[in-house]
Structures are given as structure tokens and as C-alpha cells.
Design a binder for this molecule. Structure first.
Ligand code: C5J
Length: 221
């Protein structure tokens, strides 16, 4: 399949590709969650849900592998470095009890993927303690064992966990593409800059394309 992408066409074979949705969890996206307690306007992130839902449905219909990640720590926070917990001056820290349970702790209501994008049987759900999806997750081995070479990304936030995961993927030899309207930042100018950085210098990190280009490629077969 060939996607009309920037800086040039992105080619992949569906059996060797995965759709990766980064951290589409309630705490970042829904009003009243952790993202909002940090002072962010979560409506920006909510706005990508319909396009992401449409991509997920099309990808599932085509039979492609789906990977969902959640930024999640163990309940005892043994995988949360104090530097991460103490950073900044938030009203709520990782592990504190917030409006949707303990912040960024696995199993808590706020840590679940939003209903509109809920994983189904056969999809991978990866709890990651870091920004990047490969750090301390074993995901590289899982993807390699399945013959996955190409990763199509959506999720939040563009310049933090999405970009970090794309860079980690790049260093591990994957060909990555970011779906521009299926990712968002609390800071629109950071999203725009991240997209530019990813595809600069001949796709130094990867490719970018609107989801319409993926739909067109899937329809063409
Ligand atoms: C952040 C993320 N922004 N998923 N997490 O802390 O990008």
C-alpha cells in the first residue's frame, strides 16, 4: 500500500504494519482528568477522537494489528522515578487520588482508554512507565516476533509521548508515519513544530499524512 505522505510517499504491507494509538486515556482527554488539573484545555485533544475512531474502524476492517498504549505506573510507583513525580508544581502528582482515581496508575478509571477507542480482543495494550512506548515494555520483541516493520501513529500528546515513541521506533529500525489529524497537543504550536521536525531532512524521524490519505490507501487495497 502507498500513502500520499510528506516528505514523500510512504509504502507498507498491511501484515507487517501496526496502527499505534498513544495514550488515548481518560486522564489526558476527558474533562476533570489529570490533563485538566495541569491547567490544560482538554477540548483540543477531544477534537481528534472522531478522526481517530474512523481510522481505527478502517484499520480493523482491513485486518491490521492495533497497539494501544497507556502511560501507567504500578500502584506502588516502583516504576515512577521521583524526578518524574516531583517535576513541576502540579496540584496533583502521579499516584495521588484525583477525580478519576489515582493519577497515571494502572487499573484506575482515569487510566483507561476512552470508550470511543476501547481496545478489542486481539489488540495489544501496552502500559508504559515512560514517555516512549519501548522503554521498559518489551514491545520491540513483541512487534519483531510478529514481523512488524511499519508503524502508523496517532494519539497524544504530539510532542511528548507520540514524538518520543516515534523517535524510539526510528532508532529501532521501524518506518513510522504520523497521522496528522489523529494526534494533538495541548499546545497547537508544539504539534505543528513536531510534525515539521519529524518529516524534515528527508523523513529524519518519519513521515506524516492526513488520515484521508490512509483511508484512500486502504480503499485502493
Ligand atoms: C504527557 C503524553 N504529555 N502521553 N504524556 O505527559 O504525552
Amino acid at each position: 500500500m502507498k500513502i500520499d505522505a510528506q516528505p514523500f510517499a510512504y509504502e507498507f504491507e498491511l501484515p507487517h504494519a501496526a496502527l499505534v494509538l498513544i495514550d488515548m486515556q481518560r486522564d489526558f482527554i476527558e474533562p476533570g482528568g489529570f490533563g485538566e488539573t495541569l491547567g490544560n484545555d482538554v477540548s483540543l485533544l477531544e477534537a481528534i477522537v472522531p478522526a481517530t475512531q474512523a481510522v481505527l474502524a478502517a484499520w480493523r476492517a482491513a485486518g491490521g494489528l492495533v497497539v494501544h498504549t497507556r502511560e501507567a505506573h504500578r500502584p506502588d510507583l516502583s516504576d515512577c522515578p521521583p524526578a518524574k513525580r516531583d517535576r513541576g508544581n502540579p496540584s496533583l502528582r502521579i499516584g495521588d487520588v484525583g477525580p478519576m482515581g489515582r493519577i497515571l496508575v494502572a487499573g484506575e478509571p482515569g487510566n483507561q482508554i476512552i470508550d470511543a477507542l476501547a481496545p478489542i480482543d486481539g489488540e495489544l495494550v501496552i502500559d508504559k512507565p515512560g514517555k516512549g512506548m519501548f522503554y521498559a515494555t518489551g514491545l520491540h520483541e513483541t512487534l519483531r516476533s510478529r514481523g512488524i516493520t511499519h508503524l502508523l501513529f496517532g494519539g497524544v500528546t504530539t510532542e511528548v509521548c507520540v514524538q518520543t515513541s516515534m523517535r524510539e521506533a526510528n532508532d529501532r529500525g521501524y518506518e513510522g508515519l504520523l497521522l496528522e489529524d489523529c494526534t494533538e497537543s495541548y499546545f497547537p504550536r508544539f504539534k505543528a513544530a513536531a510534525i515539521e521536525m519529524i518529516r524534515a531532512q528527508g523523513a529524519i524521524v518519519g513521515w506524516t499524512a492526513p488520515s484521508a490519505a490512509l483511508h484512500a490507501a486502504l480503499a485502493a487495497g
